[in-house]
Design a protein around this ligand. Sequence first.
Ligand SMILES: [Zn+2]
Ligand SMILES: [Zn+2]
Length: 277
Amino acid sequence: MTPTLQGHTSYHSHSRWSDGRKSLTEMIRAAEAAGLDEYGVADHFVLTPDRQPIDWSMPLDRLEEYVTEVQAAAAQAASTVRLGIEVDFFPETVAEVVARLSPYPFDYLIGSVHYVDRFPIDSSADDWRPLSAAEVNEKHRLYWVRVAELARSGAFDFIGHLDLGKKFACYPSVPPTAEIQTALQAIAEGGLAVELNTAGWDKPCAEAYPAFELLQRCQEAGVPVLMNDDSHSPRRIGGHYERGARLLRAAGYDEVVRFAGRERTAHPLVIPGETAP
Ligand SMILES: [Zn+2]
Ligand SMILES: [Zn+2]
């Protein structure tokens, strides 16, 4: 029997408002069936510097409708439903994004880097294949530069899939050690949390984001953590949570955070299936 996910939350989840497969109501029902304490939807909001429409983003002019639908679904749900959003970070548009989001009562904003300049990090392995070793190194390096900028922007509550560059198992021959260190420092100084994103276990990289070593470094730097599934369909909600919780504990974490009205609170880390002391 799958253990109940009581004591857990799922805050990074996509509905048909962006690239998820099901309606918000269907996702909420699945979260309730899984036994989660809280479910938060975080559909994509992508404002690129050249303002090209992105097909996996919500339509930017329908932000208000998105918020209204989440609020209505939350009011009807038997469980706690949070209003989140996954924002693509671009240094050129972050100020405008903040201004567009500021009228709405979000519980949390996820900051994610899916592009370095125009290069899509996580859309297809085919984007990586033609790159030379030096180009691969440069994409990874730039990714971490963007993560540091995201952290310094002060716009977000937590960072999505911290080491996304590894998704297609296309690793740098020379890891950007200095840039990673700078980014982790910026995250700690910026007071952001990071997510343990369990979806990575189902990708070619075959491990959660971030990797264990990075998770340990976050823990040592006092960076708070939360666990998310990045689900795009009901059956992915709470995926790999037991494994994820054990990984968090092994990295030294004994608390996870939750968000309400962009305020953060800490809660004990629960291992699914393990009886409480
Ligand atoms: Zn993402
Ligand atoms: Zn996502």
